[in-house]
Structure formats: structure tokens, C-alpha cells
Write a protein that binds this ligand. Structure first.
Ligand code: UD1
Length: 427
């Protein structure tokens, strides 16, 4: 399995192009199941998760044509997705277990074909992550749902009917599944306590481009009037705010100066607020933003993860690395996922001083981290260890990089182009 070697201590300078958002690309691809028209998606990132979703859709019988640059350029991939009228409606275990987001095919398959059989995704490294809210809400739209042999078997003998759904807790995937299903349900569906993440809004905007009727996009209450049929559309994926935030931390932690292009500051407001508190300079530019730290040490700050527009859980590990070398003590509280501190023991092996108490971590800043062999446990933990390696003295070897390839496009190329001493060791 590949690993990544980093020799830390170089301030990063230059420009990094931000790719399309993984977490928007996956539901957008699933939305192609809602119509027999062609959905053309551009600015898709080159990532293993995007290939996994393409593989799953192809297994179901979706015709996929691939265009755009083949990697290395700035235009991203372009997929044309056409889901004909007869599709297989079973998402098998082998594909779903590779990627939880495969469960996003459930809502659209059920709404368009009246039945779907989707493997339960099971647990994952950052917590149990059930899909009970998705299933309860689909049942409220009139679906019969049974669990059998590890699969969700869903059918709608009389079609889906609009309903008023209140999510007991904000769920991104749940909101997306229900939003897609409701576009073809009969009558009005209201999704209350809906997720407001930019990737949810991106999906809603694409569905509108496909002929759906949706009000309240970007708010916590989505009102959907079901329509008979959706049609094809052309849609460009929103920039990846987590990739943006991760490279902003890379600039800050190395005392560098990076121009992040193809992205928008408003997508990372909550992250930028903490960075500015920590002493990082951020300025908005026409094509993105500039992030730099010229003088003085970083200052510790307290962070609590929350649903959007709060601080994203997907940036928690990266911010912890910054706090690990900031002056003073910081506290990070994780409210979205249990068990999302698995990067802590690895960071401590690099010299960080971090104590975890339940859902909170106390980080006492140290002067310098030192390089070490480390192991990535999940996607966001992987990038946090790379950031730690960039800031550390000496050599860091990151093992198990397959997590990284699921969510960060050409990370070593992007960093190396800005002066980082980083290389992939292929095996
Ligand atoms: C999405 C993102 C992921 C991000 C997360 C939270 C994608 C592909 N992934 O994941 O990167 O970390 O949002 O911002 O977009 N829950 C239940 N029952 C359910 C659904 C969720 O208990 O039926 C719980 C989860 O265990 C978790 C919380 O609700 O504690 C939020 O999960 P959710 O927002 O659904 O996350 P995902 O959509 O899986």
C-alpha cells in the first residue's frame, strides 16, 4: 500500500486550485437516477469515492460518459449520466461497504422505480453512523421498509406521497435522500430541521435545474412540490470547502502564504473566524482567497463542531493540528460524531500535548512537533497528519493513504508545487 513521506519545516508559498466538493459530487451523481434525461456534471473531483459512486451507478445500469481533463488540470472531470427506464435497483454490499454515501441511491431509486434494495452501510471508524432517520422519513412518505439479510428493502406500492418531516437531528445524507425522493412524490413535502450545508444547497439547485420545485434552499426548512417527471441538466459542482479549509491551515501552520483559487471565502466562514482569532491573515480575492501568516506565533482558540453554518466536524482534526503548535491552551468539542479523536494518539506520537475528556480535547500548544511514522485512520485524520508532518521537524511517513485518496485530489502534487518536501512512495 502507498505511503507519503514528508520532510517538514518549509513555509508554503504559491497557488493551489481547489477541486469540486466530494460531498456535493456524490449526491449529485445519485440524482441522475431521478430522470431518463442526461445529467451532465462538471467540476467533479478526481477521487476514489467519485469512482466508487460511478461504479455503483454503472452496476445499476446507468450509462456514464466521462470527459474533462484526465487529472493535473484545473477543469475537473465531466460526467454525462443517463439512467434509462429499466435499471437494476439493488445496491450490493460490496460497493456500499466501501463508501457510506452509496446509501444516497435509496431515495432516488425508490421515488422513480417504486422499489430499492440497498445494503446497510454498517459502522465506520468515526462512529456507528446509522441511517435510521433516512428510513423513518422515507416511511413517512409512504414507503414500506424492511430490513433483511443486511439489506434495506424499500417499496412504494402506491407511490410516494408528500409529508411533513421533522428530522430529530440534523443529518446531511438524510436531508439529501429525502430531498431527492420528495421531488417525485405526490403533493407537498416539508423537511424541517433540514441540513443547511452548501452541498445540500448544491443538490437542491441542481434538482431545480432538472425541473424540481423546491423552496427554502439554504435554510433549515425545505418545501418541495412533487412533479411527475424530472429532466436532464448541466450542472457544475460547488468548490470543496473542506479542501479549502485544509489548505488554509497548511498556509497558517507553515508560516506560509497561499493563494487558494476556484473557491469562495463565504464557504468557510466558521473556519476563517477561528483562523483569524489564531492570528492568520485571510483576504478575499476575485478568484478565491489569500491565506498567510507572516509574523508571530499562532494563538490557541476554542472550537465546537456544529452543523453548518457552524464549525464543520470535517475540519476538526486539521484545526487540532494548528492548535497543537499554537500558544496557550485550546479546547475542541466534537458534537457530531462520537469517536472522532482517533488522530489524537498519532499526533501525540509526534510530540503534541493533547488530552481527551469525553467529547472534548484539551490541546496545550508545544513549540514544535517532530516527524514520526504515523497511521491514517480516516479521511480527515489523514490530512491532519500531513499538516502535522508539514509543520514538524524531521521526517514523517504517513501509512494507509487510501483514506486520503478517497477525498483529497493529488494532495502531494498540490503541496509540492508550493514548496513542500513531500512525495508518495508507491508499493
Ligand atoms: C456527511 C458528510 C460527512 C460529514 C457529515 C457531517 C457526505 C458524503 N458526508 O455525512 O463528510 O462529516 O455529513 O457534516 O456528505 N445520524 C443518525 N441517524 C441517521 C443519520 C445520521 O443517528 O439516520 C447521526 C450520525 O451518526 C451523526 C449525525 O447524525 O452522528 C450526523 O450525520 P450525517 O449528517 O447524516 O452525516 P453523513 O450524511 O453520513
Amino acid at each position: 500500500m502507498d505511503s507519503i513521506r514528508i520532510r517538514g519545516g518549509q513555509p508554503l508559498t504559491g497557488s493551489i486550485h481547489i477541486s469540486g466538493a466530494k460531498n456535493a459530487a456524490l449526491p449529485l451523481m445519485a440524482a441522475s437516477l431521478l430522470t431518463d434525461g442526461e445529467l451532465t456534471l462538471s467540476n467533479l473531483p478526481h477521487l476514489v469515492d467519485v469512482s466508487t459512486m460511478a461504479h455503483l451507478l454503472a452496476e445499476l445500469g446507468v450509462d456514464i460518459s466521462m470527459n474533462g481533463d484526465a487529472g493535473g488540470g484545473h477543469t475537473g472531470r465531466v460526467f454525462g449520466l443517463k439512467a434509462k427506464d429499466t435499471l437494476d435497483t439493488t445496491a450490493p454490499y460490496d460497493l456500499v461497504r466501501k463508501m457510506r454515501a452509496s446509501v444516497l441511491v435509496l431515495g432516488p431509486l425508490l421515488a422513480r422505480f417504486g422499489h430499492a434494495r440497498v445494503s446497510l452501510p454498517g459502522g465506520c471508524a468515526i462512529g456507528t453512523r446509522p441511517v435510521d432517520f433516512h428510513l423513518k422519513a422515507l416511511a413517512q412518505l409512504g414507503a414500506d421498509i424492511e430490513l433483511s439479510e443486511g439489506y434495506v428493502e424499500a417499496s412504494t406500492p402506491k407511490g410516494l406521497t408528500g409529508a411533513h418531516i421533522v428530522f430529530p437531528m440534523v443529518t446531511v445524507g438524510g436531508t439529501e435522500n429525502l430531498l431527492m425522493a420528495a421531488t417525485l412524490a405526490e403533493g407537498e413535502t416539508v423537511l424541517a430541521n433540514a441540513a443547511r450545508e452548501p452541498e445540500v444547497a448544491d443538490l437542491a439547485n441542481c434538482l431545480v435545474a432538472m425541473g424540481a420545485e423546491i423552496e427554502g434552499i439554504g435554510s433549515d426548512t425545505l418545501k418541495i412540490q412533487g412533479v411527475q417527471k424530472l429532466h436532464g441538466a448541466d450542472y457544475a459542482v460547488v468548490p470543496d470547502r473542506i479542501e479549502t479549509g485544509s489548505y488554509a491551515v497548511a498556509a497558517a501552520i507553515t508560516g506560509g502564504d497561499l493563494h487558494l483559487t476556484g473557491t469562495r471565502l463565504e464557504l468557510i466562514d466558521a473556519v476563517a473566524e477561528i483562523l483569524v482569532q489564531a492570528g492568520v491573515e485571510i483576504s478575499e480575492m476575485d478568484d478565491g482567497m489569500r491565506v498567510s501568516r507572516a509574523n508571530g506565533p499562532l494563538q490557541g482558540a476554542d472550537v465546537m463542531t456544529e452543523p453548518y453554518p457552524g464549525f464543520p466536524t470535517d475540519m476538526q482534526a486539521q484545526m487540532m493540528v494548528l492548535m497543537a503548535v499554537a500558544d496557550g491552551a485550546s479546547m475542541i468539542t466534537e458534537t457530531i460524531f462520537e469517536n472522532r479523536f482517533m488522530h489524537v494518539p498519532e499526533l501525540c506520537r509526534m510530540g503534541a500535548n493533547i488530552n481527551v475528556h469525553g467529547a472534548s480535547a484539551i490541546i496545550r500548544g508545544v513549540e514544535r512537533l517532530s516527524g514520526a511514522p504515523v497511521m491514517a485512520t480516516d479521511l480527515r485524520a489523514s490530512i491532519s497528519l500531513i499538516l502535522a508532518g508539514l509543520a514538524a521537524e524531521g521526517e514523517t511517513i504517513l501509512n494507509r493513504v487510501y483514506h486520503l485518496d478517497r477525498g483529497y485530489e493529488r494532495v502531494e502534487d498540490k503541496l509540492a508545487a508550493c514548496g513542500a518536501d513531500i512525495e508518495r512512495i508507491r508499493e
